[in-house]
Design a protein around this ligand. Structure first.
Ligand code: ADP
Ligand code: ZN
Ligand code: ZN
Length: 796
């Protein structure tokens, strides 16, 4: 395609040696799913390179673009068959040199096709942080790129010069003596000097004049001071690897040698030393002069995890997570781009940082749903990383104690879409650490014997033993707030949000009902407080149902002696920037403590003193209307159970439930995953769910229900026609299917009606291009928004 087929003006533009460029224009519209061809004037030849940001004319307006390919002739660029070289417009200016990962071209194309997303949106993932780049028009009419609002910071580093060896400060110059002593271990920044010795600047100046020290200014990398004080972060590699660890490293080593883009699943029980495997594999990759990218779920991107990587690889580790400030994010990104960082640890978006010569991607806890992005482009980091491995020819290592059904089935098949997938098991923990004992507390029996407490007898007794022995316990409760909802005992109504069709959550501390979908808050008082009233029938008997973490915290405080620290960790107590880290440090420092929290405490924590893990009510996780709920529940229970007995003391896990016969509970209790996976596989196969098929969710939203329905009806028909045309040859049983359109489970959110349909297609079927074409045919409509979610997880 060409931007606009107007001929080059008669004066002509002298073309550069690489005369034509493929440019992605930065305008996010689904229709712009292809790059455009532009000519490269010879005046720009010196600055031109793949990855440059350029200024181009698009229609009648100036636009930003990114060069994805260069060629000597127009015909050598893809998709330019019908273009005439003389009608291609020139690039107007080069605005910024290349700064992205080498993979940005092929991967952003692939993502745009695969996820039916505007190409510009996919490219933007690869751009430096600091918001979408914009064009600014200068006074002289020329355009330039808007600069990031956060300026770089510099620091001054003081070091001894060779002359220092022969220098002896005068007897009275104590400050100079201190300074030389401090610098004798290596260079120190002025900021650190001033922290250590209130004010050193006079001494620094004096010695600088004498030529004994020198002061150099250098770029400071904000965001590198996450170094942890947690006692369990260890620096050195273990002396001996377990047999499982060796097997995993061998498999990764072979994949590194093969350069075939293989995927290796490290299937290791919690505490089996998967992180050690990643560290050793990365060491190999770094020794080959390559770089590595490690993805960790946002929730376990704690100081503890980061500390383990920093203590092994030092200053060459950059970190990306959502709690970084804008300046920190920019600096970490620049640290990667400059080559100062060769290892990146981060949440899913770290995949797109500008690592050059990438040699390995690791995805820890690969089954985690946080790897799926909820907004466009709705990518899954596992799939993007697999594509990167394919394109770059390097291995992708997935790690999990509870691998996803998708990964397990691909490993069983040995391949997926032409890529090799294999699995290595690590069934044991190193050294003396053994798997914890699991006890299932049947709440039905507790209830029928008259017990009404939150804590069953076994859990109560076990907590008391922990207190007696001055150990630590972790309690999981996957509901924040106080009571999840209020219910009218007269009419049975549950107050729901006025803007969304979701039940409101009750927060005791603030006496508010809050919508966890849109954040709306209303003030109420449940029975027996005066003024409580059912919004429907006016009855006073608005009762609290279920329970949240706040209620359990109160019960713990009432039950345990005062010298036991009770630490609650949930979305409400971890709002501040370092709150998460501070609470964990408090838990680490306490001599006897209970850490109570939502799923954020289930993952990644490695505290050897934890001997008891309690699950207050497993049933919340089990009974969600989603075919993946059981997989998630199994993961959550297995993970939280894995927090127990990581040290030399054996661990105990007590799971309270009304559903002791559920396959998830039985599998966790017996340390036998197959009890759950076999049951789950049969259910999914019967119902035709992933991993046996792919699901694509097409969601249409708008303020008027009738218009939403009309639009989605037309869209579904058009998609259906496209499917019929492309699979006429398939047998009936393998044909794609459309379910719906219907109203979503959450019918209304933020005052917008939501309708959807789901497309079920066989694996490997290109549903994306059919949906793209249908969308292009139907066109957009004012007030109606469409989102396409390929391999959807959220179907509500
Ligand atoms: P995972 O990531 O599988 O949960 P970790 O890598 O966190 O497991 O390891 C659990 C604990 O075992 C850590 O404290 C780690 O330092 C330790 N560890 C790992 N490998 C070994 C080994 N080969 N020998 C001794 N200790 C080890
Ligand atoms: Zn709401
Ligand atoms: Zn009522």
């Amino acid at each position: 395609m060409a931007a606009e087929t107007s001929p080059l003006d008669d004066a002509g533009v002298a073309l550069a040696p690489a005369s034509f460029a493929s440019v992605i224009v930065d305008i996010p519209a689904r229709a712009l799913s292809e790059p455009f061809a532009y000519a490269v004037p010879s005046s720009l030849a010196d600055d031109m390179a793949v990855g440059c940001t350029v200024l181009v004319a698009f229609g009648h307006r100036p636009a930003l673009g990114y060069v994805v390919a260069l060629a000597d002739t127009l015909a050598a660029l893809p998709g330019t068959e019908s273009l005439e070289a003389s009608r291609v417009r020139p690039i107007d200016a080069v605005l910024a040199p290349p700064s992205c990962s080498d993979l940005f071209g092929p991967i952003s194309f692939w993502m745009s096709r695969e996820y039916v997303a505007p190409l510009a949106e996919c490219v933007r993932l690869f751009l430096p942080p600091g918001g979408t780049p914009r064009l600014l028009k200068g006074e002289d009419g020329s355009y330039r790129l808007e600069r990031a609002a956060t300026p770089e910071v510099h620091e001054r580093v003081v070091s001894l010069t060779p002359a220092a060896a022969d220098f002896e400060p005068s007897a009275r110059a104590t400050r100079q003596r201190q300074l030389i002593e401090a610098l004798s271990y290596g260079p120190v920044t002025t900021r650190e000097l001033n922290l250590l010795y209130t004010d050193m600047s006079a001494a620094v100046r004096a010695l600088e004049r004498k030529g004994v020290v020198r002061v150099d200014e250098r770029r400071a990398w904000r965001g590198c001071d996450e170094d942890t004080t947690l006692s369990s972060a260890r620096a050195s590699a273990p002396r001996q690897l377990t047999a499982g660890q060796r097997a995993a490293l061998d498999a990764i080593g072979r994949a590194l040698d093969d350069n075939a883009g293989d995927v290796i699943l490290v299937d290791g029980v919690t505490g089996s030393g998967k992180t050690e495997v990643y560290l050793a594999a990365i060491e190999r990759v770094l020794a080959q002069g390559k770089s590595a990218c490690v993805l960790v779920p946002e929730i376990s991107l704690t100081a503890q995890t980061v500390g383990r990587f920093r203590s092994r690889f030092g200053a060459s580790v950059a970190v990306f997570h959502s709690r970084l400030s804008a300046g920190e994010r920019l600096d970490q990104w620049d640290m990667v781009r400059s080559g100062a960082a060769r290892v990146v640890v981060g949440a899913r978006s770290a995949l797109f940082c500008p690592l050059s010569n990438l040699g390995l991607i690791v995805i820890d806890e690969e089954h985690e749903q946080s790897y799926k992005q909820g907004s466009s482009p709705r990518y899954h980091a596992r799939e993007v990383a697999a594509q990167m491995a394919r394109v770059g020819g390097f291995p992708l290592v997935l790690g999990s104690a509870t691998p996803s059904a998708e990964s397990l089935s691909r490993c069983r098949a040995g391949e997926y879409l032409g890529q090799r997938w294999s699995r290595v098991e690590m069934p044991e923990r190193p050294g003396h650490a053994t798997l914890p004992t699991i006890i299932v507390a049947d709440l039905r029996r507790e209830f029928s014997s008259g017990a009404r407490s939150i804590f069953s007898r076994p859990l109560h007794d076990a907590l008391m033993e922990v207190v007696e022995r001055r150990e630590k316990a972790v309690l999981l409760h996957n509901r924040r707030g106080f009571a999840p909802f209020l219910m009218c005992r007269e009419c049975g109504c549950v107050p729901t949000c006025r803007h969304c069709s979701t039940a409101l959550t009750y927060h005791e501390r603030t006496h508010t009902l809050e919508c966890h979908t849109c954040g709306a808050v209303c003030h109420v008082r449940p029975y027996p407080a005066p003024g409580s009233a059912c919004p429907k029938c006016g009855s006073r008997y608005l009762a609290k149902m279920g329970m949240g973490t706040q209620q359990i915290e109160d019960a713990l405080l009432a039950m345990l002696p005062d010298d036991v620290a009770v630490i609650r960790m949930d979305a409400d107590t971890t709002r501040g920037k370092d709150a998460h880290k501070r609470l964990l440090e408090e838990f680490d420092a306490a001599d006897c403590a209970v850490l109570l929290g939502t799923q954020m405490i289930a993952k990644g924590l490695d505290f050897p003193e934890v001997t008891l893990v309690g699950v207050v009510l497993a049933d919340y996780a089990l009974k969600m209307p989603d075919f993946r709920a059981q997989e998630r529940a199994y993961d959550l229970l297995e993970q939280v159970a894995g927090r127990a007995g990581r040290g030399n003391d054996p661990g105990r896990v007590i799971i309270q439930t009304y559903l002791p016969d559920d396959p998830v509970i039985r599998a966790v209790a017996a340390h036998d995953r197959s009890i759950f996976t076999e049951h789950d596989a049969v259910q999914r196969l019967d119902a035709c769910y992933p991993p046996y098929v792919r699901l694509t969710n097409v969601l249409v939203r708008g303020a008027r229900a009738d218009r939403v329905q009309a639009y989605i009806g037309a869209l579904a028909r058009r998609v259906g026609e496209g499917l019929d045309a492309s699979c006429a040859a398939l047998p009936e049983s393998e044909r794609p299917q459309i379910l719906g359109p219907t109203a979503c489970v959450i019918e209304r959110a933020k005052d917008r009606f939501r309708h959807h349909f789901i497309i079920k297609t066989p694996l490997g079927f290109d549903v994306s291009s059919i949906v793209s074409r249908a969308l292009a045919d139907i066109g957009t409509q004012q007030g109606i928004s469409v989102s396409v979610d390929v391999d959807a997880y959220d179907l509500m």
